[in-house]
Design a protein around this ligand. Structure first.
Ligand code: OSB
Ligand code: MG
Length: 368
């Protein structure tokens, strides 16, 4: 297979409601889409870099630059036997995993279409019922939070994650545990705590949380290992894990007992699968994180989540939780039991809605 051209595109999508974390509050999403023409077959990817470098060091601008000026010159006119080769071809570029993933995942989609296979099967996925959780942003007050949890439980979601930041975490957990003593509940701090907060984080043990996600700094595996020694509650790492070697170091140091695999944070399907395999060998369960993706990124997340060690409910939920209209057909739906079934069509298995995508486009650039 040969990549003939690549179209980079920025579209604008509006979330149904603002999403607040310890580092951001967002409603207008700038979404980066990559469309690759591989021997005349179109594959789609979504580098999940955001408008700012507050979650990851990458932004839409850096990802655009890296794909156009470095990844494209490497891939252009290269004869590939599989998308599985792309990760190592791009290995000369240090970092910039989201940029790499954007183009790599598009080539995986194209390859699966060329082979007339669902992408999840091409990746070696086996799971056909994916358990779903939700990530609930920081709310105005406790009653709004409680109502949001109630609504998601009624929709069938199997696990509730709330975003926390210093100050309200204890009253939030207290309120939710009083009201919902039996649910699978977890918190995600997006690196909002420091070593001085260890006693506070230890005090969360009484809420028997499923896990505490990324309490400490985004690049600090070592301090998470110190904290995990003090906690029975598992730590789950998100921001800290950018590579196979990060995952290995985190597991060996005891910095976490669970890993949130985000496809773009780790550089695409090949890298994600390697981390998945390592975690499986080491009996560390994984789950698929979300980045408020459009349907295209969501479809890739679904494909990845069919790998056997994705045993915990992920943050991949229904399109209608995010958008009045998603950019794929059909939209992603979740059963009343909180399950997504992977699609049976070729590639990502959801058709991008071209007219809608054109209408939402702010800029595009074709590389050929
Ligand atoms: O930390 O998992 C996170 C959204 C943006 C950036 C980081 C995170 C998140 C979420 C949202 O938790 C998950 C979703 O897509 O619903
Ligand atoms: Mg997270």
């Amino acid at each position: 297979m040969k990549v003939k051209s690549v179209c980079l595109r920025e579209i604008r999508m509006t979330l149904l409601a603002p999403f607040e974390t310890s580092f951001d509050r967002v409603q207008e999403r700038r979404v980066f889409l990559v469309e690759a023409n591989v021997d005349g077959v179109t594959g789609w990817g979504e580098p999940t870099a955001g408008a700012h470098p507050f979650y990851s060091p990458e932004t839409i601008e850096t990802a655009w630059h890296i794909i156009r000026d470095f990844a494209w010159p490497i891939l252009r006119d290269k004869k590939l036997s599989s998308a599985a080769e792309v990760w190592s071809l791009l290995g000369a570029i240090r970092g910039h995993n989201m940029a790499k993933a954007g183009i790599e995942t598009a080539l995986w989609d194209a390859e699966a279409k060329m082979r007339a296979l669902p992408l999840w099967k091409l990746l070696g996925g086996t799971r056909q019922e994916l358990p779903c959780g939700v990530s609930i942003g920081i709310k105005k007050d406790l009653s709004e939070l409680e109502a949001a949890v109630e609504k998601e439980l009624a929709a069938g979601y199997q696990r509730i994650k709330i975003k926390i930041k210093p100050g309200r975490e204890t009253s939030e957990c207290e309120r939710l545990r009083e009201r919902f003593p039996k649910i699978r509940l977890m918190v995600d701090a997006n690196s909002a705590y420091r070593r001085e907060d260890f006693p506070l984080l230890q005090s969360l043990e009484r809420f028997y949380l499923m896990m505490i996600e990324q309490p400490l700094e985004w690049d600090d595996i070592y301090s998470h290992a110190e904290l995990q020694k003090l906690l029975k509650t598992p730590i789950c790492l998100d921001e800290c894990i950018h590579s196979f070697s990060d995952a290995r170091a985190a597991i060996d140091l005891g910095a976490c007992r669970i890993i949130n695999v985000k496809l773009c944070r780790v550089g695409g399907h090949t890298a994600a699968r390697r981390i998945h395999d390592l975690c499986q060998e080491r009996s560390v369960p994984v789950w698929c994180g979300g980045m408020l993706e459009s349907g295209i990124g969501r479809a890739h997340n679904i494909a990845m989540s069919t790998l056997p060690n994705f045993t915990l409910p992920g943050d991949v939920s229904a399109s209608k939780r995010y958008w009045t209209e998603d950019i794929i057909e059909p939209e992603v739906t979740v059963s009343p039991q909180g399950i997504i079934r992977p699609p049976s069509g070729p590639g990502i298995g959801f058709e991008p809605r071209r007219d809608l995508i054109e209408k939402l486009t702010l800029r595009k650039e074709v590389l050929s």
